[in-house]
Design a protein around this ligand. Sequence first.
Ligand code: MOS
Length: 706
Amino acid sequence: MTMPSTMRATGAPLNRLDGVQKVTGAAKYSYEYPVAGVTYIVPVQSTIARGRVSSIDASAARALPGVLAVLSHENAPRLAPPRDDQDLAVFQSDAVAYRGQFVAAIVAETLETARQAASMVAVRYEEQPHDVVLRADRGDLFTPEYVPQKPFGFYPADSAHGDVEAALAAAPVSLDHTYTTPAEHHNPMEPHTTLAIWSDDGTGESVTVYDTCQGVSWRRDDIAIAFGLSSERVRVIAPYIGGGFGSRGFTHPYAILAVMAARVVGRPAKLAQTRQQMFGPVGYRSPTIQHIRLGAGRDGRLTAIAHEVVAQTSALYEMTEPAAVPTRRMYATPNFLTTHRLARLDLPANSWMRAPGESSGMFALESAMDELAVECGLDPIELRLRNEPAVDPETGLPYSSRGLVACLREGAERFGWAPSDPTPRTRRAGRWLIGTGVAASTYPAVQLPASARVAVDAAGRYRVSIAAVDIGTGAWTVLSQIAADALAVPVEQVQLEIGDSTLPQAFPAWGSTGTASWGWAITDAAQKLRARMRDEHGGTIPPEGLEADGGFAGNPAAQQFSMHAFGAQFAEVRVNEDTGEVRVPRLLGVFAAGRIVNPKTARSQVLGGMTWGLSMALHEESVLDPRFGDYVNHDFAEYHIATNADVGEIDVSWIDEEDPHVNPIGVKGIGEIGIVGTAAAIANAVYHATGIRVRDLPIALDKLLS
Ligand code: MOS
């Protein structure tokens, strides 16, 4: 596609630049790199949820031709687990902290041999009683040891102002409900995979790692720490990634195991998690129990919000699903209270999963707002308009821009929202009850430090380098667009280099920060290159070419403004009166997320998010068997997800939003907001259709048959 030089690349719906490589199979993924002499790793997983390995008999496995090594705590090299994540202390002790934990591994000449040998390893355990069930009535949850350190790394666990209890007691209208969301597992198309290749150049050992990760710089640092290497001796390569969703933001045990195995056998080694293992030691979304209390005047104006969350985490690594965090910035109220408490259970480490906190938290808050609208006899959109805050209710900072009202109004218009028809069970088509619902979306606009390099050769070809990763979101394309505009050249003149830890440092594809942060660094490097060209070379490219480094250390505006993307989602549902089946013929989302760099890839992100929101509303639930302490529906036959036939029409659009504060390109980030609010919009529509309020996800058939 050629572009007139007067036309900006950003804002154009460019096809993915990596699309052809991907659909023709030319794009290589971690497991596919051809490496001579590669060996195969298959882990042996614990069959108990808590206790000790008392003995490992691997004699039969070792005797199998083609087996190169049997690794376990008995013979593994010593490691230093990075970030104090004890889940990464692979084979460092005989302790078992969850079912499915790696307790041994086979390295063999072929995958088949490794699998067979793994099945022949006899592990004996000293089993201890396990604790795996999240219950809100556990008295111990409310002791200080269960207050998380810092949900999500930087939010305070609790936040309060005013006097919530007094305001609730005095409120003319009040509501007190508990909402729950189940454990959910993310499953990108490409399972987690690591291929590790050690080498020694005479000055010391180095390792090259092809790894399915969301951030090459982070993964490199984790591996360097674990194996006691300097960062320069670890190179992580990840040009193409088949989906992320938070599942590979953190390093998981498989990556450490692969690097360890390659070192032990002295040959390249690789490990791909099976689909069933993707429901195991790789992270998942914690279930939540959310107690929400709202107090309001009869006019619907909030006087108090209390949102108290109980979630679970593992014994090995603390991670809090920060479900009450979005509540801190949504609505104006003089009194509020938000808390997070954690149960440490004998389960695998939970982790980030698309819009951690917002997905589950906004299901609860936006369901409660709908219930308040019913209580007050107000249209739910009008209720939200009446509670629109002038400044961030928690910090008192002004918003850099806040598009919720615009999204609600635009969405109502596009959807054909009918506030005159609020009574449940009034619309039907035969045995199908019809309802509509609305909910708000939000996600923070965060920018994380990044650096980039831009070089130009005498022929006017630009090379743009940054350790960004495209996890399937379109980063290859949008970063090329941003670079082209910053350099004032067509996209064809830009060659992008990403997915390699030797490139200038950047944070992972995480928290919807990628385009905003990497794009900022690229823009800065491009401006520096143009300045050098202008000031040092009279506006021309010198024969030897030219390069410039750029980047930014953080956004000072983050101290002055509250920066978030917002959206409004609308759903139409049909509920079968006889069977309880829910169909969603229409979903509509309008988002205010700053400038949209590429409407095509952006739409795909949000379309995927909303589809997942539908899946969360109706299908997804990881079912725990408390006897074994593990999730039993660990495959796509039993873990239900929305498929094509479940998805009707999805309408995605954007509000034009100019935000000069978020970054020089005005981008807020759109990777996660699409899933936020969808489940509430659907649950609210189900209430409108049936008069049944489902407060526990998923909205399974039995919950609608009373
Ligand atoms: Mo995203 S769940 O913050 O990787």
